[in-house]
Every structure is written in C-alpha cells, then in structure tokens.
Design a protein around this ligand. Structure first.
Ligand SMILES: Cc1cc2nc3c(=O)[nH]c(=O)nc-3n(C[C@H](O)[C@H](O)[C@H](O)COP(=O)(O)OP(=O)(O)OC[C@H]3O[C@@H](n4cnc5c(N)ncnc54)[C@H](O)[C@@H]3O)c2cc1C
Ligand SMILES: *[C@@H]1O[C@H](CO)[C@@H](O)[C@H](O)[C@H]1NC(C)=O
Ligand SMILES: *[C@@H]1O[C@H](CO)[C@@H](O)[C@H](O)[C@H]1NC(C)=O
Ligand SMILES: *[C@@H]1O[C@H](CO)[C@@H](O)[C@H](O)[C@H]1NC(C)=O
Ligand SMILES: *[C@@H]1O[C@H](CO)[C@@H](O)[C@H](O)[C@H]1NC(C)=O
Ligand SMILES: *[C@@H]1O[C@H](CO)[C@@H](O)[C@H](O)[C@H]1NC(C)=O
Ligand SMILES: *[C@@H]1O[C@H](CO)[C@@H](O)[C@H](O)[C@H]1NC(C)=O
Ligand SMILES: *[C@@H]1O[C@H](CO)[C@@H](O)[C@H](O)[C@H]1NC(C)=O
Ligand SMILES: *[C@@H]1O[C@H](CO)[C@@H](O)[C@H](O)[C@H]1NC(C)=O
Length: 649
C-alpha cells in the first residue's frame, strides 16, 4: 500500500493528476474540450501548419501541457534541463513519465480528433476480447495477403514477423491478443500541423516515434512497441505540373502527397499522357519508404532510381519545423532524403518528381518448369543451360535500358525440379521488332540447348497497359519468411572466372530457396547527386533471397531458417561481391555492416547530417542511418523484432 501510495504521488507530481485539462477563456477557467480549444493550425501558403503564433495563442489561453507541443527554441532551460532524464530508454507505457490520459486528450484536441488508440488488426478475431466480431474477422482473414488490408489500417504492417506476431488473426480461437510491436497510438494525418504536433510531442516527452505509410517495409521499420505513429496514408493529393522549370530541369512533373501509392501515381500519369518512375507493385508508397530508400523501378535502366526523379521535398524536420528542400535550399536534407532511407531525417509530406514522355514498351512473360513428371516442360540440364545463357547476357540488356524481373523457385508440389517465371521482361522505349532483334542470340541459344520456351511477346504505346496486364499482384503478410538481398555489379561479368563463380553460387542457392531476380541498373542521371548507394550505378543483377518455415516447424528449424538468410545465402552472395551492397528497403534486418551495405561511401555524410538535424534521436528505425546507438530489448540473437523497449546502447 505504502509503495503504491508513493508511486501514485510521484506520478501525479510528474505528469499531472488524471483530471481534465483547463483553459482560461474570458477570464474564466473552463474545461479544455472541442468547444474551447481550436485545432492548432494556421493556413500558410495553402498548407495548415503549426506556427509560433498558434502556440503563443494557446499559451496566452493558459492551455495546460501546451509546452509539450512546442518547438525546441521556445522551451526554456527548466524544460531542457529535464533532458538528462532521457538518457536511457525511450519512455514506455507504464513508466512514470508516460503521459497520462489528460495529456493525450490535449493532443487529440490540438490535432482535431486525429488520435487513434491502437487496436491490432487481428483483435476482431479474438473471442476473448471486446473487439471480437466474427464478420470483421472473416473479412480480415479473407483479405489478409492483400496490401490494401494493411495499408488501410492505422497500424498494421505487412511483415508481421517483426511486429512479434502477438495478435495474428489466424490464431483468434486460442491465446491472447497483445500490442507487441504495434505502436500505442497513431495520428491519422491530414495536415502538416498534425505531423508537427506529433513530432514535437514525441521529442519533448521522449516517446518512441514511428512513421507508417502503407506498412510495406520488410524490416519492421513502420512499427514499434510503445510508440506514437504518424500515419501518412491519407495524404493523397496529386498535382500535375505540365511545365516545371528550375533547378536544372525543364519538363513535366508531379507533386505527390506522402500517401500516394504506386498504382495511383501510374494511373494519374497515364491520364496526363506521361509515365512515372515507381516500383513494380501497386500498393507501395511512392514518397515514403520507396523513394527515400532509393527505389528501383521498371524504368530504372533508362531513367534511374525513384530518388533520381525528385525535384523538391516538403518535410517536417525532427525540430518540428516544416521546410522545403531542393537543389538550392536545405541542400543537405535534399541530398540525404533521396536514398538515405525513411524515418530518419523527418516526415516527408510531399515530393515533386519528374515524369517522362509517353513511349513504346515491348516485353515478354513466360512460365517454365523442370522435373521428370508430366508437368515439366524441360529437363533440369536444359533448364540450367537456358538460365545460364540468360545470366551471361546481363550487361547487354541493362545497357539497352531493359528491366528483367523473374522468379526462380524449387517446385512447390514437392517434386524435384524448379520453376522459372518471368513476371515481365520489359523494354521501355523499344518496339517489338527491335526487342526481338536484341533477344535473337539468346533465343537461338535457348533453342540449341533444348530450353524449349514459348514466351508470350507484346508491345504497347504506353507504360500503363503493360504494367496493368503483365505485372503480378504480390501477396503480402507472410509471417514465416525472412528475406535478404544483394546487388551484384558489372565487375562480376567482366572477369570470366568471377562470372563462373557467380553462376555457381546462384545455382547452389537455388537448390534450397527462391531467387527473385532483377536484371537492371540504376542508371546514373546527369547532374543528379544523392544518397543512393553508388553500387546501384554499376548494378546488373539485383537478387532477393528468401527462407521460410511453417507453423509446424520446431524452434530449432525456425532458428535455422532465420540464420540461413544471414549466414548461408547472404554469406555466399557477399563472398562473390565483396564491397558491393544490398538494397536497404528489401534487406536482411541482420545484414552485417549494414552501413556499408546500404550506403557505401555515402554513410559518413548521412550520419553527420542525421546528428545535425536530429540530435535528440527523435526518429529511429532498425538499420536506419544513426540506428546503431540503440537496441531493442528482449531479442533473439538471430531475429530482431519491434516488440520491445528501445534503449540506448
Ligand atoms: C510487395 C512488395 C513489392 C515491392 N516492390 C518494390 C519495387 O518494385 N521497388 C522498390 O524499390 N521497392 C519495392 N518494395 C519495397 C518498398 O520500397 C519498401 O517496402 C518501402 O519501404 C515501402 O515504403 P512505404 O512508405 O510504402 O512503406 P512503410 O512500411 O509505411 O514505410 C517504409 C519506411 O519509410 C518510412 N516512411 C514512410 N513514409 C514516410 C514519410 N512520409 N516520411 C518519412 N519516412 C517515411 C517508414 O517509417 C518506414 O521506415 C516492395 C515491397 C513489397 C512488400
Ligand atoms: C500537464 O498539465 C498539468 C496541469 O493541468 C500538470 O500538472 C502536469 O505536470 C502537466 N504534464 C506534463 C507532462 O507536463
Ligand atoms: C520555464 O517553463 C516552465 C514550463 O513551461 C515554466 O513553468 C517556467 O515558469 C519557465 N521558466 C522561466 C524562467 O521562464
Ligand atoms: C486452438 O487450439 C485447439 C486445441 O489446442 C486446436 O485444435 C485448434 O486447431 C486451435 N485453433 C486455432 C485457430 O489455432
Ligand atoms: C482518417 O482520416 C480520414 C480523413 O483524412 C478519414 O476519412 C478516415 O476515416 C480516418 N481513418 C481512421 C481510421 O480514423
Ligand atoms: C524423378 O522423380 C523421382 C520420383 O519423384 C525422383 O525420385 C527422382 O529424383 C527424379 N529425378 C530427377 C532427375 O528429377
Ligand atoms: C522500331 O524502332 C526502330 C528504331 O526506333 C525503327 O527504325 C523501326 O522502324 C521500328 N519498327 C516498327 C515496326 O515500328
Ligand atoms: C509448360 O507447360 C505448361 C503446362 O504443363 C504450360 O502451361 C506452359 O505454358 C509451358 N511453358 C512453356 C514455356 O512452354
Ligand atoms: C566458365 O565456364 C564456361 C562454361 O562452363 C567455360 O567454358 C569457361 O572455360 C569457364 N571460364 C573460366 C575462366 O573458368
């Protein structure tokens, strides 16, 4: 009793009693609620933002706790002297310093009711919770592998493994639903001001901050236990700029809100008669993790990376200030945010990107299987010969501007053999006659070695049609899968012995796991300098490897499958491409020496910019720039999830 009494006293002293907050209006002290507190925002250049003026007004009304939302320059030393309390871990729910309910209420009022307390997406399936709803549960289960299911939810992510799998809807009949690596609260953003309030609040209260757009991240970067999450998904504005000029570019451009997805961008570009650079999959967020992490595209071998298209960036910095960064203003941020990775330098609210004139596209798809049963199209030796003939020609196709996207996997039906599926091979700017001409030597060799493939060839006068007709819809939210990736540069083709070694390594890895293969280069664009790993400019083969298990696997098998990505397939790929790299957005979370792997020679400059703009470490994500100073408690040595407390090392 005594201990409890003292704890309560301390809590009250530190955070205020759990009574309603007040505001002084017309000389009267009244309750702070929707009728007395206006949303904290001011219209500046058609953007609702948080300004010193807005905060001063709230202070003059004596709104309780308003200093928790203030910019660092406006906080006096009394406040800043509290910072030494923040040297250990981020403040976690249940800690003495965790804001009490009335403080969250003020936050909700200032954001105009945008605060959402997290209910895990799977909770509706748990019979032992208040959220149980059989119909909604069935709906979640039916659409579980679709990206929109998770993008439309404030906190769901597409890599449940890294959330901790603590409320899987598939487990609803048994067990408990816990928050695990889901954030405690999310802000459903529709204005810049709400982002500023959230950043100031998280920084001033030492709470973990995460940013979630669609939740596609493969490493759990859009989740975090005990965090406040900024959910950018609903920032959907798209503006077409027919004649953009300035900063060394003159031509068509598009201004994209932070929530715009690849499919929405492509549809809009098609409507205006242009083509845009984005990923292959429709649900990925364009200006979120994709472009900030570099962004590879069906157009990369001609127009470069997603990050190479950016003309200007609107961003809220860790100090809560809203700025525009471009070639002339805030140039360090402009450089860093194009390739330096998401959730590191601030929250991007929109980007203006180049778009490209309409042109011709040709390409092919095929599906071929080996084995010694009736499903097989070719024998395994014929299959391997066909594959090698293709691999050896990579330099030529990347130089022609092509994008070769295919997967190779052991047969799913348990029979020995492999399947190779071409999602498409796309040749932007090339008509079918020229495409077939380019492929003629390969097709001849395939015929000669008995690789009996009959590809489907096609040609279109725009990008949107082949993209909607010949690209796959990808399943997401597999919780029993680890992936890693490697960028294999041109050097591996220049030395014949190294090329043979590269091929032997790929053939070794394909015995046990899938290879997702991209033949492309992140073509260097004249006059563009950004933080994208320089190895992309020499890349010929970007390969993703995967290792999976099942719900029936033993703990030892699960551990082995997880370790295999880092220490088996990963190690083999690193050994044939020393000094090259991996793609940070589709990487192994345990990638050794991730700083070199994800950014190469750009890392030191990125880290110094990070320290300068975010001395508080307001932003943190696993494997992000500057993340090495922190760790998450309660982890397996072979798997880091977001289900734990974030602490300084
Ligand atoms: C099915 C599938 C297909 C993919 N295809 C491609 C592809 O073709 N090419 C490619 O390059 N990549 C591809 N990716 C990888 C993809 O680029 C990354 O997962 C990327 O991080 C997704 O960004 P997001 O904003 O949609 O996702 P989220 O998971 O919401 O965010 C990713 C990261 O960015 C941060 N972030 C999001 N929005 C902001 C913002 N406004 N400001 C600051 N930080 C932000 C998040 O905190 C997180 O760290 C694919 C992934 C999947 C699952
Ligand atoms: C919030 O305001 C109350 C007064 O209403 C105060 O007692 C409390 O200390 C404040 N909390 C924080 C975290 O500043
Ligand atoms: C500093 O700020 C705190 C909290 O806002 C306030 O209580 C205090 O009076 C301020 N001190 C000075 C010297 O301005
Ligand atoms: C729940 O547990 C029971 C008995 O342990 C098992 O038979 C059943 O399949 C489980 N259900 C789910 C959805 O996992
Ligand atoms: C989020 O805000 C948008 C308005 O921007 C609203 O339409 C939507 O319903 C909100 N979503 C949730 C889950 O609150
Ligand atoms: C052919 O199939 C049999 C039975 O599935 C299998 O044992 C054998 O290894 C296969 N041979 C080849 C070359 O795939
Ligand atoms: C294909 O493109 C080439 C080069 O651009 C051109 O010479 C040729 O006429 C085109 N062929 C067809 C059938 O359009
Ligand atoms: C291989 O065989 C399957 C039928 O078993 C067929 O659908 C497929 O088109 C064939 N692939 C090729 C490349 O011929
Ligand atoms: C590479 O492999 C090819 C085909 O197996 C072989 O002909 C060639 O001699 C090898 N080259 C080297 C340098 O090992």
């Amino acid at each position: 009793m005594a201990v409890l009494g003292r704890t309560l006293l301390l809590v009250s002293a530190l955070m205020g009693l759990a009574s309603a907050q007040t505001i002084r209006k017309n000389g009267q002290v009244v309750a702070a609620d929707e009728s007395t507190v206006a949303v904290a925002a001011e219209n500046v250049n058609n953007e609702l933002v948080l300004t010193d003026g807005v905060l001063a007004q709230l202070k003059s009304l004596e709104l309780a706790n308003v200093s928790l939302f203030d910019f660092p320059e406006n906080l006096n030393s009394t406040y800043n002297d509290k910072r030494p309390l923040f040297t250990g871990c981020k403040t976690f729910p249940g800690d003495l310093l965790w804001p009490l309910q009335p403080v969250w209420k003020v936050f909700d009022l200032l954001t105009g009711g945008a605060l959402i307390k997290t209910v895990p997406i799977g909770a509706v399936c748990y019979t032992n919770t208040d959220h149980y709803d059989a119909d909604k549960c069935q709906e979640v289960l039916d659409h579980w592998t679709e990206s929109a299911t998770h993008a439309d939810d404030p906190t769901s992510v597409m890599s449940p493994l890294f959330q901790g799998k603590t409320c899987m809807p598939q487990k609803g009949d048994n067990g408990t639903c816990e928050l695990g690596g889901f954030p405690s609260y999310a802000i459903n953003v529709s204005t810049v001001a709400q982002i500023q309030l959230a950043i100031n609040f998280a920084r001033n209260t030492n709470i973990r901050l995460v940013v979630k757009n669609t939740g596609h991240d493969f490493l759990g970067k859009s989740a975090g236990a005990g965090a406040l999450s900024i959910w950018t998904h609903n920032l959907k504005a798209i503006e077409y700029i027919e004649h953009h000029s300035g900063c060394g570019y003159s031509g068509p451009a598009m201004k994209l809100g932070a929530g715009v997805e690849v499919g929405e961008l492509y549809a809009a570009a098609d409507k205006y008669g242009v083509a845009a650079v984005g990923g292959e999959c429709k649900g990925v967020g364009v200006t979120g993790g994709y472009t900030q992490g570099g962004g590879h595209s069906p157009h990369s071998s001609i127009y470069g990376m997603g990050a190479d298209q950016v003309l200007s960036v609107d961003i809220v910095l860790p100090n809560g200030r809203f700025i525009t960064a471009d070639k002339k203003h805030n140039t360090d941020i402009f450089w860093a945010v194009r390739g330096g990775g998401g959730s590191t330098f601030g929250v991007v609210t929109s980007m203006t990107v180049k778009v490209h004139p309409k042109t011709v596209y040709s390409g092919l798809t095929f599906y071929i299987t080996t084995g010694n049963d009736s499903l097989a199209n070719v024998t395994t030796p014929e299959f391997i010969a066909g594959l090698e003939a293709y691999w050896r020609r990579f330099p030529e196709y990347a130089a022609e501007g092509h994008y070769g996207y295919s997967s190779l996997y052991p047969r799913f039906d348990g029979q020995s053999g492999y399947t190779w599926e071409f999602h498409p091979w796309l040749a932007p700017g090339m008509n079918l006659t020229d495409f077939k001409k380019t492929l003629a030597p390969l097709l001849a060799e395939w015929k000669a070695v008995g690789f009996n493939v009959k590809p489907e060839f096609w040609e279109y006068d725009n990008f949107y049609e082949p993209w909607t007709s010949h690209f796959p819809t990808e399943a997401v939210a597999n919780s029993d899968l680890r992936t890693g990736s490697r960028l294999i540069p041109a050097k591996n083709w220049e030395d014949p012995a190294l090329l043979n070694q590269t091929i032997a390594t790929l053939e070794d890895i394909m015995q046990t796991g899938a290879l997702i293969m991209y033949n492309m280069v992140g073509k260097k664009q004249a006059g563009v300098d950004n933080a994208v790993h320089p190895v992309w400019r020499e890349n010929l083969f970007y390969v993703i490897v995967g290792s999976s298990w099942t719900d029936d696997s033993t703990p030892a098998e699960i551990e082995e499958a997880n370790k295999a990505i880092t220490w088996n397939a990963g190690a083999k790929l690193r050994s044939i491409s020393q000094g090259a790299g991996s793609y940070l957005n589709e990487a192994d979370i345990a990638e050794p020496n991730f700083q070199q792997s994800f950014w190469g020679t750009n890392y030191d400059r990125l880290l110094s910019i990070k320290k300068q703009v975010d001395p508080w470490d307001t932003f943190w994500a696993p494997t992000a720039v500057g993340s090495e100073g922190w760790y998450i408690t309660r982890q397996e040595s072979w798997l880091e999830t977001q289900n734990g407390r974030l602490c300084r090392k």
